[in-house]
Design a binder for this molecule. Sequence first.
Ligand SMILES: Cc1cc2nc3c(=O)[nH]c(=O)nc-3n(C[C@H](O)[C@H](O)[C@H](O)COP(=O)(O)OP(=O)(O)OC[C@H]3O[C@@H](n4cnc5c(N)ncnc54)[C@H](O)[C@@H]3O)c2cc1C
Length: 376
Amino acid sequence: MKNVYDIIFIGGGLSSLMFLSQYTQKNPKEKILVLEKNKSIRDDQTFCAWAGPSIVDIAQTFNLKPKKKWHKIQLVDNTNFILKDLQPYQYVAFDGNKTLKKLLSSCKNITYKSNITVKQIQHDDVFTIKTDKEDEFYSLYLFDSRPPKDSQSYKYKESLSQAFIGSEIMLPNNSFDETTVTLMDFQKNKDEIIFTYVLPFSKKRALVETTFFTKHVDFKLINNQHKLYLKRYKNFKEVRTEKAVLPMAILNNTKSDKILRLGIGAGMMRPSTGYSMQRMANWINSLRFMKIKNSNKQNYFYRSPKILDWLDSIFLKVCYYQPQIGPLLFMSLFKKANIFSIIRFMSDVPSWFDIIRIVWALPKKIMIKGLLNRYE
Ligand SMILES: Cc1cc2nc3c(=O)[nH]c(=O)nc-3n(C[C@H](O)[C@H](O)[C@H](O)COP(=O)(O)OP(=O)(O)OC[C@H]3O[C@@H](n4cnc5c(N)ncnc54)[C@H](O)[C@@H]3O)c2cc1C
């Protein structure tokens, strides 16, 4: 029947395509529709993640080709400089556009409709999806990958936004150290945590991204800060830009919902970092991909690890009430904790020993105040 599907996905971004690239391999006969509001696949994202022992290998699992891998990272603030050798781990970058296109091409027998915005969902025995076009669509199951609508879906008021502007730039001379990622180069500030992130793809080409962890997003301010940082590169040419606002928040549990959620709106973004690709990969890798039925639907609800949510909530509380000490938190963590423990922690696969090492490395008084709600 026309417009009737087994499953409909709202949004054809990273989480839907990562999921479908695996689900459709096991269930190629299901009738699946993806509704995506953008006209074409985005060209303004770079996805980075860690790779190495005990971390789900994103490149291998999803058959993706990394744009670049690094074995070294550095963190910088006004007075300190930390350089870390990651081996046997790596920091890996994936080109956003190529990744999404490759994932889409790995999905078997799906209908992908772009330039169509979902406006309304009704549910009786089946889902009825109304869009900005004339067509209505019907399905038994519905996955929704739209981001959280507003702060109503945040569990705690101590939530921040990660807002950034990035420029991929080309220099006339060999000026970048292409072996080392600058994970955070902090700028002193009392109201927000501000840092720049530099991904050197070659000696001449890098993505330079100015990031704010903030309560109030002001892109004019971010742009000024970004321009200021870029001044250190003489005669650069900007070849591509990235700009985003990502929620840094623990989300309310959506488990009882009839709709299955995916991606950022399902809590698949790590609240303390804004990274989500690894969380999505870990979850997808844990699924057995039985054909979705009412009897196994529960298996497709994402639950974020409680211990990590709890630690992230303390971290967010500290950053919310005392943003000026944000750089100290990160610098202390990377200086004192074992780098492999940090990588596994950031990749959602820490052992208890890793967690103890992380907690031990953080400034105790500050974190205990956060834990005891002494900032409010
Ligand atoms: C510039 C940028 C850089 C990032 N870098 C990293 C990184 O390095 N590492 C990392 O782990 N994460 C990174 N992230 C965060 C995260 O991994 C991405 O945002 C990722 O795309 C989230 O996947 P998603 O499926 O939840 O959302 P999306 O990929 O945004 O997919 C949701 C889709 O839903 C569509 N949509 C929304 N509303 C409707 C509607 N009403 N009807 C139809 N379609 C709709 C949107 O157009 C979108 O395509 C980055 C994010 C951005 C924006």
